[in-house]
Design a binder for this molecule. Structure first.
Ligand SMILES: NC(=O)c1ccc[n+]([C@@H]2O[C@H](COP(=O)([O-])OP(=O)(O)OC[C@H]3O[C@@H](n4cnc5c(N)ncnc54)[C@H](O)[C@@H]3O)[C@@H](O)[C@H]2O)c1
Length: 232
């Protein structure tokens, strides 16, 4: 996800420094981000010239201890210990890091913010691929996250082209993953118990809920159908 998140932030006008732990991937970082930006530009999502956008992007293999960025993100593998270590490193190396956003899909933010110098500034920023085109973003508060900070993150996210949802109390899996997994649990139950086959479950979902729920959300009724961005 890191590549498309970097591309999204560059397209939104940010100056960006990326730290890639795998030395073999470093030289691919900028070309990969460029390729994602090129595709986004082809769809009219970027107005600036791409070489100009790329001037704002640097990548290295280590935290250099002198960074002054306001907002730091981690998008390492979904491992609690690795994320904890990277967040600790971010806190240590970013002189002015005001916020730290984690792209975890399932780890409670409350666990990730423990022992932080400013736990109120650690929050979940859950993106969707490709970050340059999707409007999805879940902003997740841990037990110690300041709601005011989360609100500011919401405003920032709108500038990245997102239509964010705010999760005010920490819960594993947040909104979409929880709902998706509850649906999958029920689908497995129906098949395992012999009520229907895999193909029949898929066919029903595709031809009924699949027509509308993915776009509308479970609480939108047919009479109040609207696609306008959600009001805060
Ligand atoms: N792929 C998606 O669609 C998606 C969507 C939402 C959230 N996420 C979340 O984003 C995060 C990354 O997922 P991904 O699919 O981009 O994974 P990925 O495997 O493509 O990328 C993981 C990155 O972590 C780095 N990494 C690996 N081991 C490391 C270590 N020991 N220390 C530091 N960095 C290390 C890798 O070099 C790579 O840059 C996960 O937390 C995932 O749950 C992914």
């Amino acid at each position: 996800m890191g590549t498309s998140i970097c591309a999204c932030l560059l397209a939104a006008g940010h100056r960006l420094h990326c730290v890639e732990s795998d030395p073999t991937k470093i030289r691919h970082g900028a070309p990969k981000a460029f390729a994602v930006l090129k595709e986004a530009a082809a769809h009219g999502l970027i107005k600036e010239s791409l070489p100009h956008v790329m001037e704002r992007f640097t990548v290295s293999s280590k935290f250099d201890g002198s960074r002054t960025q306001r907002l730091s993100f981690e998008f390492t593998v979904e491992s609690f210990s690795i994320k904890r270590r990277v967040i600790k490193e971010l806190k240590r190396s970013c002189l002015l890091a005001r916020w730290i956003g984690s792209n975890t899909s399932s780890i409670p933010i409350t666990e990730l913010q423990k022992n932080a110098r400013h736990p109120e500034r650690v929050l979940g920023l859950h993106w969707a691929e490709p970050a340059t085109a999707t409007r999805f973003m879940e902003i997740v508060c841990g037990n110690q996250t300041s709601l005011a900070f989360a609100r500011r993150a919401e405003r920032l996210a709108r500038g990245w082209g997102k239509e964010p949802s705010l999760i005010r109390r920490d819960i594993r899996g947040f909104i979409t993953n929880r709902i998706m997994y509850s649906m999958l649990r029920e689908a497995f139950h129906l098949v395992d118990s012999g009520y229907a086959t895999v193909a029949d479950v898929d066919r029903s979902m595709r031809n009924d809920l699949g027509y509308w729920i993915t776009f509308a959300g479970p609480f939108v009724s047919w009479t109040s159908w609207e696609f306008a961005p959600t009001k805060p």
